[in-house]
Design a binder for this molecule. Structure first.
Ligand code: BGC
Length: 279
């Protein structure tokens, strides 16, 4: 029996993404920023997508360059097809190709259902779901065009979709956001099924409460933090680096047999913490 290509032991385990080119959307703050820097430190050249705050993007690029990898800032609103197409054209021109997509850009526009405007609904679905669809579609085109380059990776390409614990935990007052993440779950699995024969791996990471600007209200006062901890059995808030470490590994050949999976990184938030004492 022919064994499949096995994962080669990495000469420098700290540079497990050496030679690879990555695009991270929404990468100038929060989770995206930590992932972009971690991919760069692991040896990948990184395209740092942003939609505003060019100064922050430059800081992220600077961190990646300090680690010896190439970094380019690239402005695009992922919910707009023309901008996504232009972004891919530019990234491929500047980096040569793309091996890794981390489809991370996301927003919240919270409101009780009856007050939620169509604009709030469309903005969240547009960025969080349609944006990921557009970025995944363009990445798959490039992965298929290029195919496997064995000296770079066992796979023709890797996609990591940023989901949330709210792909399974319903969230009152956040119907648009929870719907977008529930959509990511099926989108990710359906794409994974479709492109697995092309040696393209598609997975998701579902973060819980991670300390970033998106959820400041949930952790910035001692009372809010105490309340939040009732939902987190592990009893600490997550840090963007908790997500970044997993993303590096998931994008690497160490995770070569993993596709169509969601990894929850949530300190146990999805373990129904109320049942620790109730039920
Ligand atoms: C949301 C955060 C929230 C966390 C846990 C994330 O997906 O963006 O605002 O704190 O889920 O509820």
């Amino acid at each position: 029996m022919n064994l499949p290509d096995v994962v080669k032991p990495c000469v420098d385990p700290l540079k497990i993404l050496k030679g690879q080119k990555a695009l991270v959307t929404g990468a100038n703050s929060g989770i995206g920023k930590a992932i972009a820097i971690a991919l760069g430190r692991a040896g990948a050249d990184v395209a740092v997508n942003y939609v505003a705050h060019e100064d922050q993007t430059e800081l992220v690029c600077g961190e990646i360059q300090k680690a010896g990898s190439k970094a380019i800032g690239i402005k695009a609103d992922v919910s707009k097809e023309t901008e996504v197409l232009k972004m891919y054209e530019e990234v491929i021109k500047q980096l040569g190709t793309i091996d890794i997509l981390v489809s991370n850009a996301g927003v919240q526009r919270d409101s009780p259902l009856e007050k939620m405007t169509l604009e709030q609904w469309n903005t969240v679905i547009g960025i969080n779901l349609t944006g990921q669809f557009l970025c995944c579609r363009e990445a798959v085109k490039e992965f298929k065009r290029r195919g496997v380059k064995k000296e770079i990776s066992c796979a023709a390409g890797k996609i990591i979709c940023m989901s949330s614990v709210h792909q399974v935990i319903p969230w009152a007052g956040h119907v648009n956001y929870a719907s977008s993440k529930g959509g990511i779950h099926m989108m990710m699995q359906s794409i994974a099924q479709e492109v697995a024969p092309n040696r393209i791996r598609v997975n998701a990471i579902a973060p819980g409460a991670i300390q970033t600007a998106i959820n400041t209200a949930a952790w910035s006062t001692p009372e809010a933090y105490k309340d939040l901890m009732k939902l987190v059995p592990y009893n600490r808030i997550g840090e963007p680096e908790d997500i970044a470490r997993c993303a590096v590994w998931l994008a690497s050949d160490y995770a070569d047999y993993i596709t169509g999976t969601t990894i929850f990184i949530d300190g146990g938030m999805t373990l129904f913490p109320g049942f620790a004492t109730g039920g």
